[in-house]
Structures are given as structure tokens and as C-alpha cells.
Design a binder for this molecule. Structure first.
Ligand code: GSH
Length: 223
């Protein structure tokens, strides 16, 4: 009975990748132990459980580690069937995975570049981020959530960083792409998403995020 075995999440509460896993477990009503990690001095536990990427989150179920947040979300959805996160239809599942990869790869990469640069380089990265965000806006269209009108799903959890972390990345990075006038559907989605109790309860404080992003930006500028 896989579902009844001991369940741990190694992560940090400031990590957008960790929090999407906590959201999934929360929505499913699955109990777990949170094992906070120090990413500056990585524990031998983390390095042993995720020797390939050495990153959080790692889900440990019955002693077996699973790494990479989107893979963890799928594992959770397949293991605990209540409150499905992915659609049932294979074609719908494929579309949802396509957009999740787009958000984590194309959009997040442009955001990372905008955060790590200044001047002309930052303007170019911000423009490519705006183009990617426009496509997510179109995908969302008039729906309340990326997962549909009724409730949030896998894609909302993957896109969750746009709803909360992005504002602090922009503030500390000195750029602004998310604009309610340009992206009204996303703006409405953000407001709806962060109000959901299982989402709101795992959001880190603004000051924690400001401190982390300031430290990251200073470290980038020293390079
Ligand atoms: N693709 C990974 C990304 C995870 C990731 O970047 N985690 C960060 C924290 S937000 C981390 O562990 N960073 C430590 C490092 O890069 O050394 C996922 O989806 O889980």
C-alpha cells in the first residue's frame, strides 16, 4: 500500500519548486513531514537523495526519493487518486504538460535572464519574457484557472510562481513585465489563485523572498 508509507518533503519554504509540491499534497489532503534544507550548506541527506541535480524539492516515499518538481507532482497525482490534478484525457494531459514545460523552460529562463542582467540585456530578456507571458495569457483566456473554471490543477501549481514570486523577482531585479493592463486574464488568475486557502497557507513572507532574491542578485553581480 504505497499511499500509506512514510512521506517526507525535503525543501525550503521560499522555493517555488518546493511549494508547488506542498500545494499538491495539501490539495490531496495527504500528510507529510517537511524537512527544511539549507541550500548554502547542503546536507548529506539531500546530496544522497538527489545526487544528480543536488536540488530541492525531493519527495521521499517509503524511503524512495523522487526529484524534480513536475515529476513529483505527477507521482503524487498517480499515487493519491483523490482530487485529481491532471486531466484524465490523454490529449488534455499532453497539452497541460506542454504548457507546464513552456512555463518552466521558456518563461522562467527569460525571467532568470532579466533578473541576472541590467541595461540592454535586461530589456531584451524582459521583452522575451513579455512574449512568453502573452502566450500564457492567451492559453488562460477567459477561464478562471489554468486547470479550468472549477478548480486549480497541475498547470496552476506549476505556474504558481507567476502569481507570487514574480513580483519580488521584478522588484529586486529592477524590471517590470507583469502588467495588469497587458495581461488582464493573468491578473485575474493571480488574484483568484493566491486566495485559495491551500495555496495561501504555504506562501513565504514577502521579506523572506526579498532577502533571498537580494542575496542572489548580489552574488550574481560579484561574478
Ligand atoms: N527543475 C527543478 C528546479 C529545482 C530548483 O532549482 N531548486 C532550487 C531551489 S528553488 C535549488 O535547489 N537550488 C540549489 C542549487 O541550485 O544549488 C525542479 O523543478 O524541481
Amino acid at each position: 500500500m504505497a499511499g500509506a508509507e512514510e512521506l517526507k518533503v525535503l525543501g525550503t519554504r521560499q522555493s517555488m519548486f518546493t511549494v508547488r509540491v506542498l500545494w499538491a499534497l495539501e490539495l490531496k489532503g495527504v500528510e507529510y513531514e517537511f524537512v527544511e534544507q539549507d541550500l548554502v550548506n547542503k546536507s548529506s541527506l539531500l546530496l544522497g537523495l538527489n545526487p544528480v541535480h543536488k536540488k530541492v524539492p525531493v519527495l521521499v516515499h517509503g524511503g524512495k526519493p523522487i526529484a524534480e518538481s513536475k515529476i513529483i507532482l505527477e507521482y503524487i497525482d498517480e499515487t493519491w487518486k483523490q482530487r485529481p490534478l491532471l486531466p484524465e484525457d490523454p490529449l488534455e494531459r499532453a497539452y497541460v504538460r506542454f504548457w507546464a514545460a513552456f512555463i518552466d523552460d521558456k518563461l522562467m529562463e527569460a525571467c532568470r535572464k532579466a533578473f541576472a542582467t541590467t541595461g540592454e540585456d535586461q530589456a531584451v530578456a524582459a521583452e522575451s519574457m513579455a512574449e512568453a507571458l502573452k502566450l500564457v495569457e492567451q492559453e488562460l483566456g477567459g477561464k478562471k484557472y489554468l486547470g479550468g473554471d472549477e478548480e486549480i490543477g497541475y498547470l496552476d501549481l506549476v505556474a504558481g510562481w507567476i502569481a507570487y514570486w514574480l513580483q519580488f523577482v521584478e522588484e529586486v531585479g529592477g524590471f517590470k513585465v507583469m502588467d495588469s493592463a497587458k495581461f488582464p486574464c493573468l491578473d485575474a488568475w493571480i488574484k483568484n489563485f493566491v486566495q485559495i486557502p491551500s495555496v495561501a497557507q504555504s506562501l513565504p513572507s514577502p521579506d523572506e523572498l526579498r532577502n533571498i532574491f537580494c542575496a542572489m542578485r548580489m552574488a550574481m553581480q560579484r561574478k
